[in-house]
Each structure stands twice: as structure tokens, then as C-alpha cells.
Design a protein around this ligand. Structure first.
Ligand code: FAD
Length: 654
């Protein structure tokens, strides 16, 4: 048997791939312990006339180009965790008053916070002074841009949020915001359709020996990953897999047969039962499938839900077109008990699939260009794609709207009593110092579970409600490879690998827009996306998410890299892929606090209207209002925008 060192060598662990964890020459601590030395003796409280410059003010600062551990990157979260653990104030220096006063301070520079700033300025006028604080080294929250430059050529992809389309139609306000930014998704879909370099390539499954007993890539998967079936092809496809004969028969039945597994039961009762059981239980107990089918289906819900089929209701899986229900006579109409996402699937709406090459980072960049004049060249939704942002413009005194990065809000208090206060004090930590600023109002567009720690004056019931949801952890790994000849040779553009570290591997979706051209030839360098959800079947959804959160923060980049190299070598090896030669850069977009928690009937009560935790959690508290997608309990861009809008209306009407 090979030892670890020789396997590492075969995988190229010794290769110095592009892994830039450096911003302006300052190493971002790999262990993530960067912000823990709060030496009170270093600082004394003093008034300054403005905030001192940060890394973002230096020429050349450009975080989209960073690779290595991104998303929740080292240096972004440690302060917030110290606040959570009650350690922060023991060692933190007394805040320095920057002397700055704003009309509005927004905590959180994601889609919701940027939208809140946009709506506020629209209503208050161009002179409104707004400060946006975010703990990351880049703006956009989950809507982050990953940029690569192999041989000088620009390759873009999303580090998080990609799709503009949402389960429900956009509200007037959210659609209006897109329109004002120049984004018309259905029109863009028509205009920019046609970048189809993967014509003729299909999907495959990789069966790893640890899970399935034998190792095999089987291509030509019928119907992709999520859809029901495709004629009689399943039996032929399955015959090539290492699955047992019994499992194969069960899968053919699940995919193709039209059987009513609840015959004689009225439709409403069928649906009510399917709401209360997981898809896994549906397959095992109702369909009576062979248990060997479970590893084959287990990860199918990972991308959309961040958890496996053990924790997603069967009726949701019916709504999102999973197989097994085709003979059950269930009408595709909105049905009680569906989660937000699944309800949207059965609600008719205009469909489009247009997305920007960097996903919704383009929307964040358009918002920033509008908010901070001079931060990016150009004037259209197309030219933002290739525009180079000038980060040094984001926090200048002459700009009414300012964005201060690497700045974690640690305390938000009214100046006086919440009911009558006219101002709010916001304290933030940056570069191991703390600063305070004042504002007439504050929108907390950060995550719900952060808010009770930084705003401890909130009513106890509201704090409890803010703690309820547990955000869904997930990882979007992006790998820059030398070319995609191996994919071409194997006839695939994507692989489902349900037993492996990353449960799927896909060539980046191609979009050509403005001056941006996605790779067209298999000889071109390209980006691949790999999905990992660190869930732990057997626990409740919220417990799985908590466990996954800790798992992600405890996993080093080296462990990710080893698993990525191993997986790509095994899955693509037969196509000639060599990890030593072909892997050129790796970015692990790690999101321990990913999707907003959506209520799920398997794990959550059926609250009366207006009494869900998110309804209670988002109540206005004096001059402090609450935005972000957690406030809607729905992980979507339009929801984040809508919450930004509501939070601003509440400030104006208070
Ligand atoms: C991997 C991934 C993929 C997704 N894909 C899609 C998709 O395709 N389509 C879609 O519609 N939605 C998608 N989402 C959901 C996405 O969360 C929402 O669409 C939306 O971007 C959320 O915006 P937000 O502003 O509410 O939250 P965020 O984007 O999370 O922004 C909140 C910001 O506040 C910051 N913050 C937190 N605490 C503090 C503090 N104390 N001080 C300062 N800053 C703080 C956070 O770090 C973050 O930067 C995806 C999410 C993830 C994680």
C-alpha cells in the first residue's frame, strides 16, 4: 500500500499552485487566529477626525483575485466569534471615537445591506451620509466574485450566489432595483443565449469504492441528476454501475414506473403524509426500495437545501421533480406544508435562467458603482462584468456613501432610551482596534444570530427569535484547470459523486456578455465548480447545520486541497486528467454561515401567521431595524433586497 507521502506526490501536493492569501503583502493567517490579540495597553480612547486608512485604501487592493481559503476567509470571523463567546470585551481596547456622524450606518455589505443603502439614499436624497460596515475583505456578502487570470486571460465565476431567478416573482421594489441598475434578466437571457461550448457533453455518476464497493465513472446518466427519467435508459445505465441487482431494480422502478404507492388515499391526505416524512423514508417505507439505493440518492438535495434526503420532506422532493411520485396523481399546485423553495417550484411564474459570469456579484458591483461614484468605470449592466473596481474609492471622506471593509460591528446601542433616542452608537473592530461612529439610524443587515450579541439591549423574546434559525453551511470550491480535454474525452460536463468529499463536479456555466468571453475550446483553461455540504445525516436539520459549521472552520486548506486533488484524479483520471499538471489554482469558498434557514415541516412547528421566528426577529427596535435574508427565512436575492427595503421604510416611518 502506498504511504501518504507518495500519494501526496502523485496528487501534486508539492506543487506550488496559485494560492494567494495575501492582501497588500499582509499574510492572512492560515490558522485563523489573527484577531485574538487585543492588547488594551496599545490604545487609549481618543477622538480623531475620521477613521484611519485600512488595507482597502492602498493601491492594488483587489480581493476578487485572491485564491486559497475564501468565502468566510481567515481574519473575517474571529472577532465575531470572540464577541459571541464573551471574550472580546475582556481584552478589547476602549473604542476610539472617529468623530464621524452619519444619517445611516448599515451593518453588513451583502445584497440586503447594499440594497438598504440604495433605498435609503433614494428616499433621503443624494446628500444622505451612509456608512456600510462589513467584516469581510470584500463587499457583496455571499454574492462574491472569484477572478482568475490564466496567461493574462480573464476567467470569472461566482464564489457564492449565482442565480437571479427566485422561487417567486420579484416584488415591485426588488424588480425596480434591478431595472434601475440596468438588469433585465429575461431580455438578457434572449440576448446572451448561445454560449454553449459543452454541446454533446452529458452527465455521469462516480461510484467510489469506499461507498459503493467498487470504483467506477459511469457516463450517459439519463435525465441529468434531478429529473425523473428518460424512457427505458435507466436499466442500461444502471447495468454499468457497481450497484446491486436489487438496487438497480428499485432505481428503475423509482425513476420510471407509474405506481400509486398510496392507492385509495385522497390526494390531500397523501400530500399531508408526504409533508411529514423525509424523501429517504418515502423511498424505504412507502416505495419499499432496496436500502442500497439510499447512497445513490442521498446527496441529491445538497445543492438546494444543504442537507441530504434524510432531512428534506418527501413532498418538497415531489415539488422539485424528484422521481417516485409519477403515478401518485398529485396535482402540481401550491400545497400546504411545502417549504418556501418548494412552494415556489409549483407556483407559476416567468422563467429565466440568465446569470452573470460572476453570479450576483455583478448586482453587488452595480450597487456599489451606483452608491460610490468613481468606484468602477462604465455605465451599463454589461460593462460592470469586466470593470476593475477601485477599492481605494470605497471609503473616502468626500463620498456621501462609504463602504468600510474588514470592519466587524461589535456593539450597537441607542444614545439614551430606545423609545426616544435620536442617535445610535455603532462600535466596530478593525485591525485590532475598536472605533465608534454615530448615526441617526442603523440597519442590521448582518446575520440574525449575530444580532443579539452586538445589540444586547433588544427584548429577550426578540433575541430568542433571532437565535432560532441556523444558517446552512456549504462550500463552493473553484478549481482553475489547464484545459478541459479530460471532460471532452469522457463526454461529460458534470459528475455527481454522492460518496465523495465534494458531491458534485461541474464545468463552470458559460456566459458571454459585454466584453467577457467564456472558454470555448477544450484546449482553453477553464474553471470547475465542486460542491461540498458538511451535513451529518441522523441529526435534525439545525443540528446538522451546527455540526457542519464547526466542521468547516476546523478543516484546513491543506485538507481541502488533498481531497480536491484526490477526487479529480479518481473521477477524471480515465480522461487523462493529471492533478499535478492540470490543476493551476484552487479557491475554497467556505460558507459556514451560508443559506438563510428555511422552515421545514420535518423539524419546525407550523406557526400561526406573523408568529414565525423571523417575523418576531425582524421587529424594529427604536432607531435600529433589521434586514438580511434571515429576516425572510428565505435564502434568495430578491428576499434580501425586500428585507433591505422594509428595514429602510421602518426607519423613515419611526
Ligand atoms: C454558496 C451560496 C450560494 C447561494 N446561491 C444563491 C443563488 O444562486 N441565488 C439566490 O438568490 N441566493 C443564493 N444564495 C443565498 C444568499 O444568501 C442570498 O441570495 C443573499 O445574497 C443574502 O444576502 P444578505 O445580505 O441577506 O446576506 P449576506 O450575503 O450573508 O450578507 C451579510 C453580510 O453581513 C456580514 N456581517 C455579519 N455580521 C457582521 C458584523 N458583526 N459586522 C459586519 N458585518 C457583518 C456578513 O459577513 C455578510 O458579509 C446563496 C448563498 C450561498 C451561501
Amino acid at each position: 500500500m502506498k504511504n501518504r507521502a507518495s500519494r501526496d506526490h502523485e496528487l501534486g501536493m508539492h506543487r506550488s499552485i496559485t494560492r494567494r492569501d495575501f492582501l497588500n503583502g499582509i499574510a492572512v493567517s492560515a490558522g485563523g487566529a489573527m484577531a485574538s490579540s487585543w492588547l488594551p495597553t496599545l490604545l487609549s480612547a481618543q477622538a480623531t477626525s475620521g477613521s484611519p486608512p485600512g488595507a482597502q485604501d492602498a493601491p492594488g487592493y483587489y480581493p476578487p483575485l485572491l485564491t486559497g481559503m475564501r468565502g468566510s476567509h481567515p481574519g473575517a470571523f474571529e472577532t465575531a466569534h470572540e464577541v459571541r463567546d464573551g471574550d472580546f470585551w475582556q481584552a478589547a481596547p476602549k473604542p476610539v471615537d472617529t468623530g464621524e456622524t452619519f444619517d445611516l450606518v448599515v451593518v453588513g455589505g451583502g445584497m440586503s445591506g447594499l440594497a438598504a443603502a440604495y433605498f435609503y439614499r433614494k428616499q433621503a436624497g443624494a446628500a444622505a451620509r451612509i456608512l456600510i460596515l462589513d467584516n469581510h475583505d470584500d463587499f457583496g456578502g455571499h454574492a462574491k466574485r472569484n477572478e482568475f487570470r490564466p496567461g493574462g486571460r480573464l476567467l470569472l465565476t461566482n464564489g457564492g450566489t449565482v442565480a437571479i431567478e427566485s422561487p417567486f416573482p420579484y416584488s415591485k421594489e426588488a424588480r425596480g432595483l434591478l431595472t434601475e441598475l440596468g438588469i433585465d434578466p429575461p431580455a438578457f437571457e434572449k440576448k446572451y443565449a448561445g454560449a454553449e461550448p459543452y454541446r454533446g457533453l452529458g452527465f455521469g455518476y462516480f461510484f467510489d469504492k469506499e461507498t459503493f464497493g467498487a470504483e467506477r465513472l459511469v457516463t450517459g446518466a439519463p435525465g441529468g441528476f434531478r429529473q425523473g427519467g428518460n424512457g427505458s435508459k435507466w436499466a442500461d445505465f444502471l447495468a454499468k454501475t457497481p450497484l446491486s441487482a436489487e438496487a438497480q431494480q428499485s432505481i428503475v422502478r423509482i425513476q420510471e414506473d407509474k405506481i400509486d404507492y398510496m392507492e385509495g388515499i385522497p390526494q390531500a391526505e397523501k400530500k399531508a403524509r408526504l409533508v411529514r416524512m423525509s424523501y429517504k423514508d418515502f423511498l424505504l417505507k412507502i416505495v419499499k426500495a432496496h436500502p442500497d439505493v439510499i447512497p445513490f440518492y442521498q446527496t441529491r438535495t445538497h445543492g438546494l437545501y444543504g442537507i441530504g434526503i434524510d432531512a428534506v420532506p418527501a413532498l418538497d422532493c415531489w415539488a422539485i421533480h424528484f422521481p417516485g411520485f409519477q403515478g401518485m396523481g398529485l396535482d402540481r399546485v401550491p400545497s400546504k406544508g411545502l417549504t418556501f423553495t418548494a412552494l415556489g417550484e409549483v407556483t407559476p411564474q416567468e422563467e429565466y435562467h440568465f446569470h452573470f459570469p460572476d453570479g450576483n456579484a455583478s448586482i453587488a458591483r452595480l450597487l456599489v458603482r451606483s452608491l460610490v461614484p468613481g468606484s468602477a468605470p462604465g455605465s451599463t449592466a454589461e460593462d460592470i462584468v469586466t470593470a476593475k473596481m477601485d477599492y481605494s474609492r470605497l471609503d473616502r471622506a468626500e463620498s456621501p456613501v462609504r463602504i468600510r471593509l474588514s470592519s466587524t460591528a461589535v456593539a450597537v446601542h441607542h444614545v439614551g432610551d430606545a423609545a426616544s433616542a435620536k442617535q445610535v452608537d455603532v462600535v466596530y473592530a478593525r485591525d485590532q482596534k475598536t472605533y465608534s461612529v454615530r448615526a441617526k439610524g442603523t440597519v442590521l443587515a448582518c446575520w440574525n444570530m449575530v444580532i443579539p450579541y452586538i445589540c444586547p439591549d433588544l427584548p429577550a423574546g426578540q433575541k430568542q427569535a433571532l437565535h432560532y434559525g441556523v444558517k446552512v453551511p456549504l462550500v463552493y470550491t473553484v478549481v482553475q484547470i489547464r484545459n478541459w480535454k479530460a471532460f471532452q474525452k469522457l463526454g461529460i460536463r458534470g459528475v455527481s459523486s454522492p460518496g465523495m468529499y465534494h458531491s458534485s463536479i461541474n464545468l463552470d456555466q458559460a456566459v458571454n456578455i459585454g466584453d467577457y468571453k467564456s472558454p470555448q475550446s477544450p484546449d482553453d483553461p477553464i474553471l470547475i465548480h465542486m460542491l461540498r455540504t458538511p451535513c451529518q445525516p441522523g441529526l435534525s436539520a439545525r443540528e446538522q447545520q451546527r455540526a457542519g459549521h464547526y466542521d468547516l472552520l476546523a478543516t484546513s486548506f491543506e485538507t481541502f486541497e488533498r481531497n480536491i486533488r484526490d477526487q479529480l484524479a479518481r473521477v477524471l483520471g480515465a480522461g487523462g486528467f493529471d492533478p499535478v499538471r492540470d490543476i493551476e489554482a484552487i479557491t475554497v469558498n467556505r460558507w459556514p454561515h451560508g443559506y438563510a434557514y428555511e422552515y421545514n415541516p420535518l423539524w419546525d412547528p407550523d406557526w400561526p401567521k406573523g408568529k414565525r421566528p423571523c417575523d418576531i426577529a425582524r421587529r424594529r427596535f427604536g432607531r435600529i431595524t433589521i434586514a438580511n435574508s434571515d429576516a425572510a427565512a428565505a435564502a434568495y436575492t430578491d428576499q434580501a433586497i425586500d428585507q433591505g427595503y422594509r428595514s429602510v421604510q421602518e426607519l423613515f416611518s419611526s
